[in-house]
Write a protein that binds this ligand. Structure first.
Ligand code: C5P
Length: 228
């Protein structure tokens, strides 16, 4: 079974997909980590991210692998473990430019299909249900209002586990900055020509602004059962 989870930045796709992978014994595929790894590689090598050809060449040559560690999943590019490095604000700021290049997308989608070919997968990203796995048995488009998404990200950055706890604390100025960045990234991701962020016609829409992570997981597990 393939479960496709798409949605804007910070909508809880990773948390949800992780939980489903654990509970239902599926392989977890974090496609955003792949675009982030290519972005990190370009920044590290001093490649100008506005240079489509140079960035595309990096993506086409890149060897991206996922692994496991005690804390969860690891990602490496060209033999370097970049699990932590791909989550910096600098990568956040540049990833939407990198991921809009058609050749970058082509290379990543080919690798994603290869990683998914083993069978049971829960994949999360922006174009999983529309482009990567259009025949996925279950497609979900996960959303939450922008303020809730920014709040969760801010709490996570401070080392907390926000889940859907609106009462958790975060630095207000940082939260405002995260909100601006999320909104900017969503705008770039939804307005690009190539595989824009949008729900597949047959996706189930789940707004998790007022749901707990467990409630979201349960809704998707129910959809999986109905699809079997
Ligand atoms: O999901 P995450 O926030 O880690 O994704 C980082 C960025 O990678 C997104 O903002 C988007 O630009 C890009 N992305 C994409 N297609 C995907 C997954 C992520 O374009 N399937």
């Amino acid at each position: 079974m393939i479960v496709a989870i798409d949605g804007p930045a910070g909508s809880g796709k990773s948390t949800t997909a992780h939980a489903i992978a654990d509970r239902c014994n599926l392989t977890f595929l974090d496609t955003g980590a792949m675009y982030r790894a290519v972005t990190w590689r370009c920044l590290d090598a001093g490649v100008d991210v506005s240079d489509d050809d140079a960035v595309s060449a990096v993506a086409e040559r890149a060897r991206i692998e996922f692994g496991k560690s005690a804390d969860g999943q690891t990602v490496s590019i060209d033999g370097r473990d970049v699990t932590r490095q791909i989550r910096t604000p600098e990568v956040d700021r540049n990833v939407s430019v990198v991921s809009a290049y058609p050749r970058v997308r082509e290379a990543m989608v080919a690798r994603q299909r290869e990683l998914g070919s083993a069978g049971d997968v829960v994949a999360e990203g922006r174009d999983i249900g529309t482009v990567v796995f259009p025949n996925a048995e279950v497609k979900v488009f996960l959303t939450a209002d922008a303020a809730a998404r920014a709040h969760r990200r801010a709490v996570q950055r401070e080392g907390g586990d926000a889940g859907c706890d609106a009462g958790a604390k975060a630095d207000a100025a940082e939260e405002q900055q995260i909100l601006r960045d999320l909104v900017r990234r969503d705008k770039l991701d939804s307005s690009r020509k190539e595989s824009p962020l949008k729900p597949a016609a047959d996706a189930h829409m789940i707004d998790n602004s007022a749901l707990t992570p467990e409630q979201v997981v349960q809704q998707i597990v129910d959809l999986m059962e109905a699809a079997r």
